[in-house]
Design a binder for this molecule. Structure first.
Ligand SMILES: [Zn+2]
Length: 483
């Protein structure tokens, strides 16, 4: 969707002067239900639709007024669904009672809800052809806003953040074509000719040669070799600081020999969402030429079953040197991440580390589909991320890592085990395991997005499929770290 500047303050002139016949004129009000009734009366419209936390009414495909109450982002989502229902491809923001911050959030929600995953690979062509006619006005292609809004830095930033989040969804929604090699090709296409970006790839046995044995073990059963992708962007050569992002990229998680059951495996192409969000945030930092140094590590592997798959009871020496016994092959994300975290520190000695992963069903059970779990060794970092998440409607909730959790992850025959015997506090146990692989003095946050990684319904700011939840938080964090 293109966001454009509208050079008028009222919708009357362009109705005559331009071809606005297919445009939806959007009016935004800050209202409760009594106030919206008064607006309705004044505008002489009927057809009242109450949707979510906004109240919407239309006048024969001419205008849509939204009384925003509650989440501005969700109000933007309602606009999209209404525009789709009426068949509008262009939205023009005309009357607006909201302030810049609220308006920006409505438009951000609109961009986020106005998304549809386009198929890739062999299946794409046929499907796209049949879709083309239907799609013409199904999705909003142009959005026009007034000059004072368009030029506002807060508005510009929210639009940029929302658009980069859509790229994260494109990556996460890939199906069988979304292999580790796909991601290698993607980063080469994006950054090969960019002198400010350094690309490092460790593929297959190169992982073993570099002692990333946990990472290699997870991917050793797949025909797609496990691959570490590391990208470094130096946007501020005068600064000593380097911020690290690490993402879990399990391109498909069968569970391994502890095979997942029917009902638990169907969305496991999304188990790479953490890495996809990290790659998108990195692309955002490069595209926006942020004055920040950032290194990102994507741990890409398929957790498959085959005669070469790793097995329960196996014991591996990690990149850090700690030994780990495998009690459950479905607790594979933490193994990949453990090696990615210690490799990233050994290679780059970063100032701070944010790691994001669809790590535990336990976190989803605790916090639901709209909130991520946050675990950190640093109160200040934790507070910063909670505040960013709240503002961008990607909220996180801090959960603890205690000595009790750390004890549960001690191994019987090795230093650590990968799941622990007690069937409790799975999210905190996974975080406790990861804490072993991070230098205590480095501010570190682990973001568990297993709950909000996907949307089952077309609701709020999310169409069905990958949400990209957390992408904006990562990118906004980097924006804030500019010096
Ligand atoms: Zn798993």
């Amino acid at each position: 969707m293109k966001v454009k500047q509208l050079c008028i303050n009222s919708y009357k002139p362009p109705v005559q002067s331009q071809n606005w016949a297919q445009s939806l004129f959007l009016n935004l009000y800050r209202c409760n239900s009594q106030q919206i009734s008064r607006h309705l009366h004044r505008l002489k419209v009927n057809n009242v639709v109450k949707g979510g936390q906004s109240f919407i009414f239309g006048e024969e495909k001419v205008g849509l007024a939204v009384g925003v109450k509650g989440s501005c982002y969700n109000a933007g989502g309602e606009v999209v669904r209404k525009a789709r229902q009426y068949g509008f491809g262009t939205v023009v923001l005309t009357q607006n009672e909201l302030n810049i911050k609220e308006t920006s959030q409505v438009i951000s929600g609109l961009i986020q809800a106005n998304y549809k995953y386009k198929l890739l690979g062999d299946v794409a062509q046929e499907k796209q052809q049949s879709d083309e006619n239907n799609d013409q006005y199904t999705y909003i292609s142009d959005l026009h806003v007034q000059e004072n809004i368009f030029e506002d830095p807060y508005f510009q930033q929210l639009v940029q953040l929302a658009q980069i989040k859509l790229y994260a969804r494109d990556l996460a929604n890939t199906r069988q074509e979304g292999t580790p090699q796909f991601f290698v090709n993607e980063v080469k296409t994006l950054f090969k000719d960019n002198p400010n970006v350094e690309i490092k790839i460790l593929e297959g046995q190169q992982l073993q040669e570099s002692q990333l044995n946990l990472f290699y073990a997870v991917g050793q059963g797949s025909i797609h070799p496990p691959t570490l992708i590391n990208l470094t962007y130096r946007g501020n050569k005068d600064s000593q600081h380097l911020h690290a992002l690490v993402g879990k990229g399990i391109t498909f998680d069968t569970g391994g020999l502890h095979l997942k059951s029917y009902g638990n495996m169907e969305t496991m192409h999304l188990d790479k969402s953490g890495a996809c969000n990290v790659l998108a945030a990195f692309k955002g930092a490069v595209d926006l030429k942020l004055k920040v140094n950032v290194t990102v590590t994507l741990g890409m592997a398929e957790n498959a079953i085959s005669n070469t798959a790793y097995k329960p009871s196996n014991i591996f020496r990690s990149h850090k040197g700690l030994t780990v016994e495998i009690n459950n092959t479905d607790a594979e994300g933490r193994l990949v991440l453990a090696d990615c975290l210690s490799w990233t520190q050994a290679t780059h000695n970063p100032t701070s580390i944010l790691e994001i992963s669809t790590l535990t069903g336990a976190c989803a059970a605790a916090l639901g589909e709209n909130t991520g779990g946050l675990f950190s060794n640093n109160d200040e970092l934790s507070q910063e991320l909670l505040e960013i998440g709240k503002e961008l409607q990607e909220p996180f909730w801090r959960l603890p890592v205690t000595d009790e959790h750390k004890d549960m992850m001690k191994g019987q025959f090795a230093d650590l085990c990968n799941i622990g015997k007690a069937k409790v506090c799975g999210a905190s146990k996974a975080a406790a395991f990861l804490f072993n692989f991070v230098d205590e003095k480095t501010p570190f946050a682990h973001l568990d997005i297993a709950g909000p990684m996907d949307s089952k319904a077309d609701k709020g700011i999310h169409p069905p499929g990958a949400t990209g939840f957390g992408t904006q938080v990562l990118l906004k964090y980097l924006v804030n770290k500019q010096e």
